[in-house]
Design a protein around this ligand. Structure first.
Ligand SMILES: *[C@@H]1O[C@H](CO)[C@@H](O)[C@H](O)[C@H]1NC(C)=O
Ligand SMILES: *[C@@H]1O[C@H](CO)[C@@H](O)[C@H](O)[C@H]1NC(C)=O
Ligand SMILES: *[C@@H]1O[C@H](CO)[C@@H](O)[C@H](O)[C@H]1NC(C)=O
Length: 120
């Protein structure tokens, strides 16, 4: 029983440590095929601001625009080595003609992302 509790505590500590050190990670949704081409690329740069979590929504193709292509891959490249952000695909993406991404910074840190959308 004691041992189990200790292991549980250690596991908890390790998981907490992993969550606390945020290394920058890239995220991709879907697969890019031979016939897919770049439909959209944008760079999201935000300066850090004290105590603030910065959020940015990226919408493709944007309000009142129509994208005739089917999206096959959405890619979010985090240019920061550490203290990177966190990206969620909120809407659409692979298999759709639109996509909405929600990018969130770490508290006290800025963002430097490239978002790319491929399709055909
Ligand atoms: C993210 O992708 C970029 C461009 O492909 C690459 O230079 C960088 O090393 C990648 N970062 C991680 C954490 O994999
Ligand atoms: C963002 O990342 C790009 C590519 O690594 C780099 O050239 C640029 O200087 C960075 N910009 C900022 C504001 O950190
Ligand atoms: C994306 O397209 C779907 C169906 O085509 C639609 O229901 C949805 O509202 C669209 N989302 C955005 C953010 O435009």
């Amino acid at each position: 029983m004691r041992i189990h509790t200790t292991i549980a505590l250690i596991t908890f500590a390790v998981v907490s440590a992993l969550v606390a050190t945020s290394l920058a990670t890239n995220s991709t949704w879907g697969q890019r095929g031979y016939y897919d081409r770049l439909l959209f690329r944008t760079q999201v740069i935000k300066k850090s601001s004290l105590w603030q979590v910065t959020t940015v929504d990226v919408e493709f193709p944007g309000k009142k625009s129509y994208n005739p292509y089917l999206i096959s891959q959405v890619s979010a490249i985090d240019h920061k080595r550490k203290d990177g952000g966190y990206v969620q695909l909120r809407n659409g993406g692979p298999g759709f003609r639109n996509a909405t991404l929600h990018i969130k910074s770490d508290r006290n840190h800025g963002l430097n992302y490239t978002i790319e959308i491929y399709g055909h």
